[in-house]
Design a protein around this ligand. Structure first.
Ligand code: PLP
Length: 407
């Protein structure tokens, strides 16, 4: 990546010029949330300065304009993930709400006693707890795809889990702890041979490489705006039309109804059936701007840039004696989870932070995975295209310092 391109990109993100503890901030917590470019921040300001209004229910100028902008975002998202129809795009608060929506609606309609749902041991709590709780409620059984040594999914192990009782597979596209990029297309194909639908948690995927839900043949695909340079509080559930038609509504209230009588209610058509209440219009405006921004850079360029950083950081971190990386699968996204000898991740994280480097420490909302790996947590550095090799050098220096002080 050229220096001039990188400085131009970095100048789009005001927060990247912040100083912490008197040192330039190095932000390596991108898997938790990405920073926002000024184009996104400006889009939100513009919305409030020029177009703010509640949508869908008004005939006046502002309401029509805000509605058009909101619906326009829906079709931009459709295009971004290559969905067939705009009404297959449901706005939610984020990945967590998208998965809860499916777990609740699908669970109530299609899960009964003795049925089985398959997830993997590497799932984020967002794609774990909703299924666990729904299975408990319906007296169904949750099954777990095991992992290989390098943090890849055990595919033969997955095939063995499929039975005539399996009702759904829910799987992360990319692990937020191990970085593993799962072969979701192949897994979906296997599940479909048995007539089983598949939900993909795309929270860690959409910002890092191009996603084509039709090519994957995913039945449901979920993601969050804030992990792809857009604001918090907006996200997406993609669902194939026939599934969304079949599922009952998730929340009740305004907008999701067609007619309400004293005795009963009829529901709105897609996508509104799943969008009860006033939506996050400013979030949609920000998400639209973020997608425009990502497209201007190009998903291929983003992927190449992040892979270069991943290779560089992996090589340099492995040069530190006693450092162990968790997740060494051949196809990995741009994040590294590691431990330093016997040092507790929180202790190391505190020192790394004092050196101006933001990394995340702990279980990363994947407690079952920590139990599986028999570790208390990890230190995780996650990279975005705006990060540099010089910043990786700062991380290596900080990790060396933590080792020197704590061992
Ligand atoms: N799934 C994965 C793989 C994640 O990494 C995260 C967040 O870290 C989530 C789901 C939940 O995303 P959100 O908190 O935006 O709903």
């Amino acid at each position: 990546m050229s220096n001039s391109w990188q400085s131009k990109v970095r100048s789009d993100f005001p927060i990247l010029s912040t100083k912490v503890y008197n040192r330039p901030l190095v932000y390596f917590d991108n898997a938790a949330t990405t920073q926002k470019p000024k184009q996104v921040i400006q889009a939100i300001t513009d919305y409030y300065e020029k177009e703010n209004c509640n949508i869908h229910r008004g005939v006046h100028y502002l309401s029509v304009k805000a509605t058009e902008a909101y619906e326009d975002t829906r079709s931009v998202i459709r295009d971004f993930i290559h969905a067939r129809h705009s009404h297959e795009i449901i706005f939610t608060r984020g990945t967590t709400e998208s998965i809860n929506l499916v777990a609740d609606s699908f669970g109530k309609k299609f899960l009964s006693e003795g049925d089985e749902v398959i997830i993997s041991v590497m799932e984020h709590h967002s794609n774990f707890v909703p299924w666990q709780q729904m299975c408990l409620e319906r007296k169904a059984t949750l099954r777990f795809i095991p992992l290989l040594e390098d943090g890849s999914l055990d595919i033969p192990g997955f095939c063995e889990l499929i039975t005539e009782k399996t009702r759904l597979v829910a799987l992360t596209h990319i692990s937020n702890v191990l970085g593993t990029i799962n072969p979701v297309k192949e897994i979906i194909a296997v599940a479909h041979q048995h007539g089983i639908p598949v939900l993909i948690d795309g929270a860690q995927a959409v910002a890092h490489s191009a996603v084509d839900v039709q090519e994957l043949d995913a039945d449901f695909y979920c993601f969050s705006g804030h992990k792809m340079y857009a604001p918090m509080g907006i996200g997406v559930l993609y669902g194939k039309e026939h599934w969304l038609e079949e599922l009952p509504p998730y929340q009740m209230g305004g907008e999701m109804i067609r007619d309400v009588y004293f005795t009963h209610t009829t529901f709105n058509e897609l996508p509104f059936k799943f969008e009860a209440g006033t939506p996050n219009v400013e979030g949609a405006m920000g998400l639209h701007a973020a997608i425009r921004y990502l497209r201007e850079i190009g998903m291929d360029r983003i992927e190449a840039c992040e892979q270069e950083l991943l290779d560089y950081a992996t090589r340099h971190l492995l040069g530190i004696g006693g450092l162990k990386i968790f997740g060494t699968a051949p196809h990995k996204a741009s994040l590294i989870s590691f431990l330093l000898d016997t040092i507790h991740p929180y202790d190391a994280g505190m020192i790394i932070d004092k050196m101006g480097v933001a990394v995340r420490t702990g279980h990363h909302c994947a407690m079952p995975l920590m139990e599986y790996l028999k570790i208390p947590g990890t230190i995780r550095a996650s990279f975005a295209f705006y990060n540099t090799k010089e910043e990786v050098d700062r991380l290596v220096e900080a990790v060396e310092k933590a080792k020197e002080m704590l061992l």
